[in-house]
Design a binder for this molecule. Structure first.
Ligand code: NAG
Length: 257
């Protein structure tokens, strides 16, 4: 009974935080200990709440660090879940012996001149100077975008495999020597694609399945990825496609702006 009362007293002390009650009681180191305990609990709780809030706010602002390098198209970057196509599960429409349909699909990947005109504001934020094209709001800058160059490179490599259909992309001469211009172009493309692939560092994961037909495990490369929405980037670029560029006309550069 006495024990119970003491317990009640203790809890009362804990609830009643006012100074008089503290003074009215005999100083008890156990009580002070408890108060300190509670004080620490409040502090820890407050710190946790603040950290949680900071995390939530930062989460909202969380961006892909690869967008830190300013490029105007960064604003157009959106993400989507994608499963890569792999035979025999599914045959890519871009794959196979060339036809008009396949050529059309490839051409559609980078429709336009390949020259992009960035508005004066975007151009001012670019580090590298380029051709200045006078527009209403000031000088716009002429630029290109890597994803379309990479696709162009892939298309050139694809065409070089079928010289009977694309004689302009033929690597081998009739006398079994290589066409040095084509060799340079293809080698350049291979090395640009190498850099692009390494830069992306795709962590997509392949897996294996048992094939009764083959009698061994086979690799399934239908890996899952979070990709940048390519159509969105295409739209962005198509809106900036510039047809008026003549590389042989000397004019001023954005370095003089
Ligand atoms: C092979 O053919 C190419 C293109 O027709 C020509 O430029 C080159 O000189 C030829 N090389 C030899 C060794 O005949």
């Amino acid at each position: 009974m006495e024990e119970q009362q003491e317990h009640l007293l203790k809890s009362e002390t804990l609830i009643d935080d006012s100074a008089p009650s503290l003074l009215s009681r005999r100083p008890d180191s156990r009580h002070l200990h408890r108060r300190l305990h509670f004080f620490l609990l409040y502090v820890v709780n407050a710190l946790l709440v603040v950290s949680l809030m900071v995390l939530l706010v930062r989460r909202e602002k969380c961006v892909d660090p690869s967008l830190k390098t300013y490029m105007p198209a960064n604003d157009a970057v959106e993400w989507e879940e994608t499963v890569f196509i792999d035979m025999p599960g599914e045959v890519s429409p871009y794959l196979g012996t060339p036809s008009d349909e396949i050529d059309e699909l490839w051409d559609q990947l980078y429709t336009g001149t390949g020259f992009l005109l960035f508005d004066p504001e975007e151009t001012r934020r670019m580090v590298e100077p380029t051709v200045a094209i006078p527009t209403s709001g000031g000088d716009s800058g002429l630029y290109g975008m890597e994803v379309f160059h990479e696709l162009h490179c892939l298309n050139v490599l694809r065409k070089s495999l079928y010289p009977e259909r694309y004689p302009h992309y033929q690597l081998w001469n009739e006398n079994c020597t290589r066409n040095p211009n084509m060799e340079r172009h293809l080698a350049h493309c291979i090395d640009r694609l190498r850099q692009g692939v390494q830069c992306a560092g795709n962590t997509g994961t392949h897996f294996y399945f048992w094939s009764e037909e083959a009698g061994h495990w086979k690799m399934d490369m239908r890996s899952r990825h979070t990709c940048r929405n390519f159509e969105r980037l295409q739209e962005w670029a198509r809106a900036r496609d510039y047809t008026g560029f003549d590389p042989f006309v000397r004019s001023h550069s954005t370095a003089d702006m």
